[in-house]
Design a protein around this ligand. Sequence first.
Ligand code: NAP
Length: 259
Amino acid sequence: MQPLRGELAWVTGASRGIGRACALALARAGARVVLSARSVEDLQAAAEAIRAEGGEAYVFPLDLLDRAAIEACARRIEAEVGPVSIVVNNAGLALSAPFHRTTYEDLERMLALNFVAPFWVVRSVLPGMLERRHGRIVNVASTAGRTGHRYTAGYTASKHALVGMTRALAVEVAAKGITVNAVCPGWTETDLLEGAVENIVRTTGRSTEEARAQLARMNPMGRLMRPEEVARAVVFLADPAAGGITGQLLGVDGGEVLA
Ligand SMILES: NC(=O)c1ccc[n+]([C@@H]2O[C@H](COP(=O)([O-])OP(=O)(O)OC[C@H]3O[C@@H](n4cnc5c(N)ncnc54)[C@H](OP(=O)(O)O)[C@@H]3O)[C@@H](O)[C@H]2O)c1
């Protein structure tokens, strides 16, 4: 069954990790998929993987820290592929440090990529969605968008901002055929997680295995999430059958925020 047939999905951060899994899962559900990130080769490999399964994929490289480039990319997608009906704001960056050692540059980069970029991606496609009275916006936030963990004040603030935008926009466009939701993963097996593992190894002297086990222990299931599990939630929220769900946070975290 392909419930997303006829939809065009734009996924940011689609070159690897959760975004790549989302692009593949959306294509399997029948959507045509536009993949954006900076690494052209990785994007092309992801697009090839989709095409190998019979899906349609388009590569639009983009640096999300460049606001003008976001708007230009949206216009090119519209002109060359068609109107975007599903947006998955997934690209993100997690840097951790004790609060007093967090640099302004790191704080600014996380806010720019995790919050400002999604804001501008949505701004660039929202007028078209409003006109067509049809749209699905899914923001990949984090358990850090719902709660606080030590050494992540900048990242946590950026994800709370994304969650705030999700809720406010959801209400604003609720009567216009557009839903806005967030998926909140716990620690998930991607390069981003490897960065966190390296950081723990560097700052505590623990082994890589101990560091991974430490992160897995934060999860009541005692394991790390898989990108495909997060992608499943994204596809669910993009489905026409989820049309009554808006402004919600869907955790894919093994119960982490309840523990
Ligand atoms: N992994 C976890 O444990 C976890 C947990 C909770 C939430 N999340 C969230 O899930 C999302 C995806 O994370 P992930 O784990 O899949 O991360 P990842 O493996 O590090 O991938 C990050 C993605 O973002 C893209 N990206 C980074 N900077 C960019 C820029 N300036 N312009 C365009 N694209 C950029 C990267 O592509 P290029 O480098 O090619 O540009 C890549 O595709 C993030 O928002 C993250 O905060 C992850």
